[in-house]
Design a protein around this ligand. Structure first.
Ligand code: FAD
Length: 334
C-alpha cells in the first residue's frame, strides 16, 4: 500500500487540497486527465459578499473571506502568480424588486459593512474579490508535475484506488456524483456558460453587475457570465446561452465595443441546503469527498481544504454544516 493521499481531480477543490497537504508535509499524489470538463475552467473566480435578487449576505462571509484571502495569497506567492485581487462591484438594479430590496436592507447590520455609495440605478458593493483560477490551476499543475506529484490521467474506480493508498479524496466535481459510493448524497446540478471577451478601457478593480457580470481579466480582456440552468448536466457550451450572454454583456457595457474570444461552460454541483460537502465516507473510511462548491468555489474551497488538512494531521472533526455525514443521517430517517 502507498503511504500517500490520492487526490482525484485538480479543479479548485483538488488544487487547494493539494496545497494544504503540501504545506502540512502530508505526502500526496494528484491525478487529473486535464480540465476539459472542469467547472473551474469556466469560472470567473468572483467572491461577492452580497448576492441574489434579494441581496443576501454570503453565508459565513466574515469568517471565510479572510481565510480565502490568506490562502490564495500564499499560494500565489509560491506559484509566482498574482491570484487574488480586491474588487468593488458596481451593481445596477435589474428591476424595481431589487431597488426595493436595497432600500429595505442597505442600512441593516447584515449589509451595511458591504454597502457602498448608491447611484441613480444601483449601488456599490465593497469587499469583493476575484481569484485568477485559470492561472492557479495551470501553475499548480506545472509545480506538481515537476515535483512528480501529478499524474495526468483519471482515476477509473475511486473505491478500488482507496485500497492502494492511505486514502482517496474525491475532488472530481460533477463527475464525482456518478460514483456509487456517494449515492446517498442528494446531488443537484446547475449548468453555467460564460464568455471570455476582448474589451478595452475597463477599470481593473471593478466588476460590473446587472443580472449578469462582467469581470476584468488581464489587459484588454474580461469574463462575462454566467448562465444558470438547474438540472442540466451536459457540460458542453450551449449556443443559445452564448446569445443570451452576448445580449446581457451588451446591456452592461452599453456603447463600449467587445469581441467574443472564447465560450466556456461547466456544471456546478450543489446540495439542497446550499452548503458544500467534505469528510470521510461514513462506511468506507479510506474514501473521502471535497466538493459541492456550487457558485462559491473560490470562497469555499480554501475552507474545505483547511478542514481536510486539520482532519488528516490532527484528527479534527469536520464542521457539521459541511460534513458528508449530514446526508447519511437524513437518508436513515427518510
Ligand atoms: C460558468 C461558471 C461560472 C462560475 N463563476 C464562479 C465565480 O465567479 N466564483 C466562484 O466562486 N465560483 C464560480 N463558479 C463555480 C465554480 O467554478 C465551482 O464551484 C468550482 O469550480 C468547482 O470546482 P471543483 O474542483 O469541485 O470541480 P471541477 O472544477 O469540475 O474539477 C473537477 C476536476 O476533476 C477531474 N476529474 C473528473 N473525473 C475524474 C476522475 N475520475 N479522476 C481524476 N480526475 C477527474 C476533471 O478533469 C476536473 O479537472 C462558476 C461555475 C461556472 C460553471
Amino acid at each position: 500500500m502507498r503511504a500517500e493521499i490520492l487526490i482525484a481531480g485538480q479543479g479548485v477543490a483538488g488544487t487547494l487540497l493539494g496545497w494544504e497537504l503540501e504545506q502540512a508535509g502530508v505526502p500526496f499524489l494528484i491525478r487529473d486527465p486535464g480540465h476539459e470538463t472542469a467547472a473551474t475552467a469556466a469560472s470567473a473566480g468572483i467572491i461577492n459578499p452580497v448576492t441574489g435578487r434579494r441581496l443576501v449576505k454570503t453565508w459565513r462571509f466574515d469568517e471565510l473571506h479572510p481565510m480565502a484571502a490568506a490562502m490564495w495569497r500564499e499560494l500565489g506567492g509560491a506559484l509566482g502568480e498574482r491570484l487574488w485581487r480586491e474588487m468593488r462591484v458596481r451593481r445596477e438594479f435589474a428591476d424595481e424588486e431589487e431597488r426595493e430590496a436595497w432600500k429595505r436592507k442597505a442600512a441593516t447590520a447584515e449589509l451595511s459593512p458591504y454597502a457602498g455609495a448608491p447611484f441613480d440605478d444601483g449601488f456599490w458593493i465593497v469587499g469583493a474579490a476575484r481569484v485568477d483560477l485559470a492561472a492557479a490551476l495551470a501553475a499548480a499543475r506545472r509545480r506538481w508535475r515537476m515535483q512528480g506529484r501529478l499524474r495526468e490521467d483519471g482515476v477509473p474506480d475511486l473505491a478500488a484506488a482507496a485500497e492502494r493508498h492511505r486514502m482517496v479524496i474525491d475532488c472530481t466535481g460533477a463527475a464525482g456524483a456518478s460514483h456509487a459510493a456517494f449515492d446517498f448524497v442528494p446531488w443537484e446540478f446547475s449548468k453555467g456558460d460564460a464568455l471570455e471577451i476582448g474589451v478595452e478601457g475597463l477599470d481593473p478593480d471593478v466588476i460590473l453587475n446587472r443580472r449578469l457580470w462582467v469581470a476584468p481579466a488581464g489587459e484588454g480582456g474580461a469574463l462575462a457570465g454566467a448562465t444558470n440552468e438547474p438540472g442540466i448536466t451536459d457540460p458542453r457550451p450551449d449556443p443559445a446561452a452564448r446569445e443570451r450572454l452576448i445580449a446581457g454583456t451588451r446591456a452592461i457595457l452599453g456603447a463600449r465595443e467587445f469581441t467574443v474570444r472564447v465560450h466556456r461552460s461547466g456544471v456546478r454541483v450543489t446540495l439542497p441546503d446550499r452548503r458544500p460537502v467534505a469528510g470521510p465516507h461514513p462506511t468506507i473510511p479510506k474514501l473521502g469527498i471535497c466538493g459541492g462548491l456550487g457558485a462559491r468555489g473560490a470562497l469555499w474551497a480554501p475552507w474545505l481544504a483547511r478542514q481536510w488538512r486539520d482532519h488528516l494531521v490532527a484528527g479534527r472533526p469536520f464542521d457539521p454544516k459541511v460534513s458528508v455525514a449530514r446526508f447519511l443521517a437524513a437518508s436513515a430517517t427518510a
